[in-house]
Each structure stands twice: as structure tokens, then as C-alpha cells.
Ligand binder design. Structure first.
Ligand SMILES: [Zn+2]
Length: 540
């Protein structure tokens, strides 16, 4: 009897108070807030794209008036995933060009290029995605076979990391002056003649001859990529380096309203982009924000372009490529401070990372909360590790790189340097935070692969059995934070994104399956994805 009376009072009270209206309510959910205290709630009231309140079903359903409600069927809700390092435009170009991703031999790659050209009939063929380590060879290829297959049509095929390209002689003929001593790059030679491999800065010799796809083609692909990302519950991307014309395309589709993905775009340090930053300062239009530059300090490990302090283990007297001097990097940092931007520096080898950390030491003196980032931070000299904490430097890493590179990394850097390689746990322990992304299209966009790689340190085939450098694994909670709140923080967006709390944007994913339902994270996707309270993806 007392119980009945109690229930009557509670519901009676609620009915009297029920009045405040919201746009909709989600109930019967497991809402992981990922806030300070990671709580799990059942229901959420949403109005004008923002979270009004989170709490038990009864509390939320009784308190608010709403036009519609969504029964989440007991599913898990997380803040929308943010990919801290992706390349929307490279991915669009990959989709428009010859896609040679995953080819297991050079012949396989050539077949794919033929297949592409049979349909596309391009005057110049551009492709992306080969990885010679999948062909069972350690040496970079030359263009002998490419010339045989394509004697007339110019072909340029970028390696998966975009840091080198294999081109045929028909393409090379277009380049008037080949300076093989280009700074920060290499044109590989055989018998005094270019053999088809152009590395890092040498790619600038190819660029004038690479045709642009039409703006309409690129927009169409970007919209397609957005759809793919929403299907995985990804609601934001930190675009890691765009030119001024690409910024223009982004602005157009954002302002047209057809591209609602949250984009934090890093600008390439070109003169046009610097003028843009000087004129606009921190720039925002709808879901696009610009407040950082990207610096390219060295190349990538796969093509031996990462700048190391000591020789490569498989290449005596060779330490990689320096794409910027310390002075140039410092000048760019000064410019960023002047315009109120962050500087996110690509640093893969221990020497490049050291140089960036020293630059940050200077910046820290004038602006401690600079949130300058090091993108990749793949091989860190353990002696430098403490500088991440000392100078407030944000590491931005891609766990799937670790599990992909495990096949060949030790042959390049040797056992000793492995202690500081892909050292995500050690890096996270410095600042207490780490930003996590994929570097798509170098790796898959799939965030569930990222969780699997970060937590188990295994590739999608579950190799190696005990995990690669397993002591550097992140916990499940750390990984989730690294894909949401810490990423928002690394972009100065933590006030409105990254956790599910009243006042924050209603940007979240309802997962199809519980995230830790088995030891397999990979077999999952989004049931429904919302951005600013708007449904952008639904399985049903
Ligand atoms: Zn990248």
C-alpha cells in the first residue's frame, strides 16, 4: 500500500511539472557519457541540437513534453567518434583514381590499373595505395614493368602513405628539369637515369603534371565518404593538411548544407593559406573550423623518409629526409602564435620529433596552453619522452599504423629503437591525453579496427597472437576517450563536443552491438548517428 502511494506521488508530481518542451527524447538506452565521471544513463532530452538533460528513463520521460521519442532498444550510445587524423581529399582522389590498395604483387597492381583505365579512359592515370611490403619485397620498386604495360599513357601511382610515387617514363618525359638533389626528397636513379621512384619533396616535380579532378567529381566523392563515416558513427574528422583550393571546396559544400560532418581542417603552410589565416584568424563556418597549420618535418617510414637520429638499420649511412629546417619550423610556429593557430607537425622519426619538441619548448614559454600537436609520433627517443609533458605537446597517433607496420618496422629501426616505437601508453602518460585517428586512406576509416589495434595491438587478422609491443597498449577506456573527448580537446572543441552532458551538442552514435560484447570489437557499426540532434545515418 505504501508502495502504491509512493508511485502515485512521484508520477503525480511529474505530471504537474511536465511542461518544458524538447524536440525529442531518446530512452531505453545505455548512454556512456565519457565525462569526468563516466556514468551510464538511460535517457536524454534534446532541443535545438543540444543535450538538455540526461538521466533515468522515468525522470526524462516525465519531465518533458516532446513530439517524438526514440526507443534505443537497450543499445549503447557514445559521443560521436572523431578521427583526429584523416585525409578527406586524398580519399576522394583514391576513389576517383586507380585504387591499388591491398595489391599483393606488382602484377596484381598493374592489372588493377588496366581495369581502371579500361573504364575511366583517362589521358593521365593517377593511382594510390600500393605497398611493396605486401609484395614480399623490401626494396622499393622501379618502373620497368610499368613502362612495359603503359608505354604511352603517363601513369603516376602513389604509395599508400602518399610519401612516394612510382611513375612511368611517359610521365617522366613531361618533367623538363629533373633535379635529383631536391631538398627533402629523392629521385631514385638507375644507371644515371630516373628509375620511376620519386620520394617526398621530389613529388613536387610531378605535381604540375597531375591533372585535377573536376570540383563536381570531388564533391560527389566527399559526400560519399561522409556517408561511409556516418555508418561507422564518425561525426568529426581532423583533416590533416589542405591547400587553399581544397578549403574552398569544403567551404562550398558546408555552406550548401550537404556536408554536415564536423571538420577541423589543418592548413598546409602555403602562402595562400597564410594570407587566409592573417585575414580571418580562427575561422568557422557552420561545421567547418580552421585554426591550425600542418608542418611536414620528415617523410614516412615505409619509404625510408622518416628522419632518424642514427642510421637506418637496413641502410647504412642513411638517416632519412629532412623536409624543414629548425629555423623554418620555428618561423612557422611564430606565425601560428601571431594568428592564434595551433601548429600540428608531422613527425615520424626520432630526429624530427626531437626538433618539433624543441620548437614547442620555445612556444611553451609564451603560451603554455598552445595544444601544438605532433602527428604520428611513431619513433620517439625515450630520452625525449618527458618533453611532451614538460612543454604541453599533444601526441596524435594512429593505432592501426602500429599493427600494419609490425611486419617490417624492426628491420628498419632495429631492436633498440623499438622501445620508443608506437609507444602510445608512454605518450598518453605524459600529458594524460592522446588524440587518436586513422590517417585514412592510408588505413581504413573503420573506428572499430582502431579500438582493436589500440587495445589488443593486433591487426584485423588477429596477428600477432600476443599483441605487438603489448606493453604500449591503451586501455579500452583510454582508447574511447582518445577517439572522443581527448580529440575534441586537441582541437579546442571540448566545450561542446567529446562527451555527452547537458549543454553539449547532441552529436552521438547509437551502436548496433554493445562495444565490449565479446573480445571482438571489429564486428560493429552504427545503428543511428546524430549530429547536432539531427539524424544523419540510420540502419533502418
Ligand atoms: Zn596523414
Amino acid at each position: 500500500m505504501r508502495k502504491i502511494l509512493f508511485v502515485f506521488i512521484v508520477f503525480g508530481l511529474s505530471a504537474c511539472m511536465k511542461g518544458e518542451s524538447v524536440d525529442f527524447v531518446i530512452f531505453n538506452a545505455k548512454i556512456h557519457t565519457l565525462g569526468e565521471k563516466d556514468q551510464i544513463h538511460q535517457a536524454m532530452a534534446i532541443r535545438d541540437g543540444k543535450i538538455i538533460e540526461i538521466g533515468p528513463d522515468r525522470q526524462i520521460l516525465n519531465k518533458y513534453r516532446f513530439e517524438s521519442s526514440i526507443d534505443a532498444e537497450g543499445k549503447e550510445i557514445y559521443p560521436g567518434f572523431i578521427d583526429a587524423h584523416g585525409h578527406l581529399f586524398s580519399y576522394a582522389e583514391l576513389k576517383l583514381g586507380a585504387n591499388v590498395l591491398g595489391c599483393e604483387s606488382e602484377e596484381d597492381m598493374l592489372t588493377k590499373v588496366h581495369d581502371y583505365q579500361n573504364n575511366a579512359q583517362r589521358d593521365i592515370i593517377i593511382g594510390l595505395g600500393w605497398d611493396h611490403s605486401l609484395w614480399g619485397v623490401s626494396e622499393l620498386p622501379n618502373n620497368t614493368r610499368l613502362n612495359e604495360e603503359f608505354p604511352q599513357t603517363p601513369v603516376c601511382l602513389f604509395r599508400i602513405d602518399g610519401h612516394s610515387a612510382l611513375v612511368n617514363d611517359a610521365f617522366i618525359e613531361k618533367i623538363v628539369d629533373i633535379d635529383s638533389n631536391i631538398r627533402g626528397g629523392e629521385v631514385l636513379m638507375t644507371n644515371g637515369k630516373p628509375n620511376g621512384m620519386f620520394i617526398d619533396a621530389a613529388i613536387s616535380l610531378l605535381e604540375p603534371h597531375i591533372p585535377d579532378y573536376s570540383i563536381e567529381e570531388i564533391k560527389r566523392e566527399l559526400i560519399g565518404i561522409q556517408k561511409e563515416l556516418f555508418g561507422f558513427g564518425i561525426t568529426g574528422v581532423h583533416e590533416a593538411g589542405i591547400d587553399f583550393n581544397e578549403l574552398g571546396i569544403l567551404r562550398e559544400i558546408v555552406e550548401e548544407g550537404s556536408f554536415v560532418l564536423n571538420v577541423y581542417a589543418m592548413l598546409n603552410p602555403t602562402e595562400e593559406n597564410k594570407r587566409f589565416a592573417l585575414k580571418n584568424g580562427i575561422f568557422q563556418t557552420r561545421n567547418l573550423r580552421v585554426r591550425s597549420f600542418k608542418a611536414y618535418v620528415d617523410g614516412a617510414l615505409g619509404s625510408s623518409g622518416a628522419l632518424l637520429k642514427e642510421d637506418y638499420s637496413d641502410k647504412p649511412s642513411y638517416r632519412g629526409l629532412s623536409l624543414m629546417s629548425a629555423k623554418e619550423l620555428n618561423n612557422l610556429a611564430e606565425f601560428c602564435l601571431d594568428v592564434g593557430y595551433q601548429l600540428n607537425s608531422h613527425g615520424i622519426g626520432d630526429s624530427a620529433i626531437s626538433m618539433i619538441l624543441d620548437m614547442c619548448a620555445n612556444v611553451y614559454k609564451t603560451k603554455p596552453d598552445h595544444r601544438f600537436r605532433i602527428e604520428h609520433a611513431q619513433v620517439v627517443d625515450l630520452k625525449d619522452l618527458h618533453k611532451f609533458a614538460d612543454y604541453g605537446v599533444f601526441p596524435s597517433v594512429q593505432p592501426t599504423h602500429a599493427t600494419t607496420d609490425q611486419r617490417w618496422i624492426e628491420s628498419k629501426i632495429g631492436a633498440n629503437r623499438m622501445k620508443g616505437a608506437y609507444a602510445y601508453k608512454s605518450l598518453k602518460n605524459q600529458l594524460g591525453m592522446i588524440a587518436i585517428g586513422t590517417d585514412f586512406p592510408v588505413e581504413y576509416t573503420n573506428p572499430f579496427y582502431t579500438i582493436h589495434s589500440a587495445v589488443y595491438r593486433k591487426n584485423p587478422k588477429n596477428e600477432p597472437v600476443k599483441g605487438f609491443l603489448i606493453n604500449e597498449a591503451l586501455s579500452f577506456q583510454e582508447t574511447l576517450k582518445g577517439m572522443t573527448f581527448w580529440n575534441a580537446f586537441s582541437a579546442f572543441e571540448e566545450q561542446y563536443l567529446g562527451t555527452l552532458e547537458p549543454g553539449k551538442k547532441a552529436t552521438f552514435v547509437i551502436l548496433d552491438k554493445p562495444l565490449n560484447h565479446t573480445s571482438n570489437f571489429m564486428d560493429n557499426f552504427s545503428w543511428k548517428t546524430y549530429i547536432d540532434g539531427r539524424l544523419v545515418h540510420s540502419l533502418e
